[in-house]
Write a protein that binds this ligand. Structure first.
Ligand SMILES: Nc1ncnc2c1ncn2[C@@H]1O[C@H](COP(=O)(O)OP(=O)(O)O)[C@@H](O)[C@H]1O
Ligand SMILES: [Mg+2]
Length: 242
């Protein structure tokens, strides 16, 4: 008796960035096609809000490992290369990667600042990219939701948007905890990252609804891992409005 095992065709996302950081193609290979795509995304974001200046932008997605850090970190580099003073914050306190990506210390970061054990000046770190500064997650705190929902974060955002041209948040995913929803209400615009061919459609719709429920300003979605322009293990990203 012969029978075939039917394998379900699902593409897997990986956790490589948790230990090695994300690929910074905009830094490593700025003249590549993929870097150009990140530059285009940057420009499109800039033009997506006609009547309101965008100083603070949050990147999120429905689930973990969908490319929030890859897209937000590369767009941040792209902005800094435009001579804008940028601060990139690792607000994904449960799965932080920015310290790995930029190879900086994570001894003191967002969690310490929010706990009141570190000053703002001491948690802002410079990077190998001119004009680009980062605030890493800081050591894992037992209560990330409480920290991210605290009054102190509103103060932090006010201080940073006064000091920098752009504040970019690498946020947690929308569908697991309410952190991203809460943060989304405190920024000028929100971008939803959707990995093409990987994302669960219901999950993406749910995430969009959750962001709309809190009346955040959704600027658009970025399709990540679009197969068209595969290059050096990288897949392109494209921006689209809703
Ligand atoms: N466009 C892409 N092409 C190739 N690999 C990607 C792409 N976007 C993300 N990845 C990889 O997928 C994994 C998860 O991406 P990451 O940006 O860390 O997701 P998130 O921040 O949403 O958890 C990482 O290993 C990252 O390098
Ligand atoms: Mg991430």
């Amino acid at each position: 008796m012969a029978f075939k095992l039917l394998k379900k065709k699902t593409k897997k996302l990986d956790d490589y960035s948790l230990t090695h950081g994300v690929g910074l193609v905009t830094y490593d290979d700025p003249s590549s096609v993929i870097s150009e795509q990140f530059n285009t995304i940057r420009t499109n974001i800039q033009f997506s809000s006609v009547d309101k200046e965008l100083n603070s932008i949050l990147f999120t997605s429905s689930a973990p490992s969908e490319g929030k850090s890859t897209v937000s970190n590369n767009v941040a580099v792209s902005w800094a290369k435009q001579d804008k003073k940028v601060v990139l914050i690792d607000a994904d306190l449960r799965r932080p990667t920015i310290h790995k990506t930029f190879n900086v210390s994570n001894k003191a970061g967002l969690s310490n600042y929010l706990l009141g054990t570190a000053s703002l000046e001491s948690v802002i770190q410079s990077t190998m990219v001119d004009n680009l500064f980062v605030i890493t997650s800081g050591p894992t705190a037992p209560n990330p939701s409480e920290l991210l929902g605290s009054k102190k974060i509103t103060e932090l955002f006010q201080d940073l948007t006064a000091q920098f041209d752009f504040m970019i948040l690498d946020a947690p995913p929308v569908n697991s905890v309410t952190d991203a929803q809460v943060l989304a209400t405190k920024v000028d615009g929100v971008i939803l990252v959707v990995p093409q061919g990987y994302a669960d459609k219901t999950g993406v719709i749910h995430a969009k609804k959750a962001l709309q429920t809190v009346h955040s300003n959704i600027l658009g979605a970025i399709m990540n891992r679009t197969a068209k322009d595969k290059m050096k293990g990288y897949y392109g990203s494209q921006y689209g409005g809703y």
